[in-house]
Every structure is written in structure tokens, then in C-alpha cells.
Design a protein around this ligand. Sequence first.
Ligand code: ADP
Ligand code: MG
Length: 210
Amino acid sequence: MDIDNVKNILIKINEQLQLNKEYLSELDAAIGDGDHGHNMAKGFGKVAEDLKENEYTDIGSMFKKVAMLLISNVGGASGPLYGTAFMELGKEYTGLNELKIEDLEKILELSIKGIKFRGKAELEDKTIIDSLEPAYNSVKESLKNNEPKEEVLNKMVDFSKEGVEHTKEIIARKGRASYLGERSIGHQDPGVTSTYIILKTIRDNILGEK
Ligand code: ADP
Ligand code: MG
């Protein structure tokens, strides 16, 4: 996958987030302040605009710009959280112009590192981490077993989806939803859902480009 494929996936992620804007904000209205879809749509909208206008010489500098745009354009917690993930990726991929399926493990690992550094959430806190960490563990296991690309990606999305469903059963311990305590049970976390949408878009696009 070259830099244009990566750019294209980021543009597709924006398209999916725009389509799911109201849905994500509705999820947030139940346990937060109702802006998650709008936050994601605004941030990634700026990213897509930028990517369509500008050329980048390497994947790292593109990821750094994505990070900067998410951090500076999103008012909610999710901007700096996703932004910090892209910041980690920007550092790692400086000067590089190609990604392989094996990079997915590192990408998820670094994203988790950035998000945990910024937000201090752990698994079961009902956040983005509840989708990213099962996805990461699955990819790591699949790659260790030399599974075909399709299986690596499909399982990643399946585990991410399980993580989304699981958030309905647990209490929020981070972010605005944590103010609700036990009353957050029964509701799906918005942030974990946007993570799932992003991972699913990555899968759909890589497999579509076979
Ligand atoms: P805000 O809560 O500021 O309105 P958003 O609505 O855009 O921001 O994002 C809310 C989502 O952010 C939550 O659903 C949750 O998944 C995620 N989130 C909140 N705090 C944290 C944290 N400390 N670590 C990881 N994810 C978090
Ligand atoms: Mg919100």
C-alpha cells in the first residue's frame, strides 16, 4: 500500500463518519453531550479537505498533519485522543512511503499507546480502548499464525464489533459518560463506535483493492 492508498483510506473514513454523524451524536446524547458525531465529522472533514488539496512526501508527515487537524479542530475529548494516536503514527512513519499488512499490528499498538497516554483509560472503562485493544490482540494473533490478509482484517473487525457490543454492559469510567455511573449501563459508547467504523472502513478498502 503506498501513500495514495493511505490517503484514499483516510478520505473514505471521512465519508463514513459523515454518513454516521447523526447516529454517533445520538449515542452520545444518551450518555454524554450529544456531539460525538459532529466532532468526528468536523475533524475528519478538515482532514479530507486538506488531503485533497495537499501532497505529502511521506506517510509520517501526512499522519502528523492529520493529528494536528484533529487536535486543533475538534472541541470534544475525541479530537485530542484520536489526534494523539495519529501523532504516534506520524513519528513512526516519518520518511516511509509504504505500508504492509504487518504494519497493522504496529499501527494499532501505537494508536493505543497514544490514546492511553492522553486519556489514561484501560480496557473495560467504556471508551475507544474497548474496541481498539481487542482488535489489536486479534491482529497480533492472526499475524503470528500467518493467516491470510482477509482473515486478519475480518477478525479485527469482528473483535472490534464485539467490543462495541460489550460497552452496553459496562459502567463508563472515563469521559463525560462516567458522570452517569451505573446509569451508563445499557448504552453503547459513542467513541468505541467511531473506532469500529474506522476499522471497518480500513478493512473494506484494503479488501476492495485486492
Ligand atoms: P466529549 O466527551 O468531550 O463531548 P466526544 O463526545 O467527541 O467528546 O467523545 C466522547 C468519546 O470519547 C466517548 O464515547 C469515549 O469513547 C471517548 N473517551 C472519553 N474519554 C476518554 C478517555 N479518557 N480515553 C479514551 N477514550 C475516551
Ligand atoms: Mg460528546
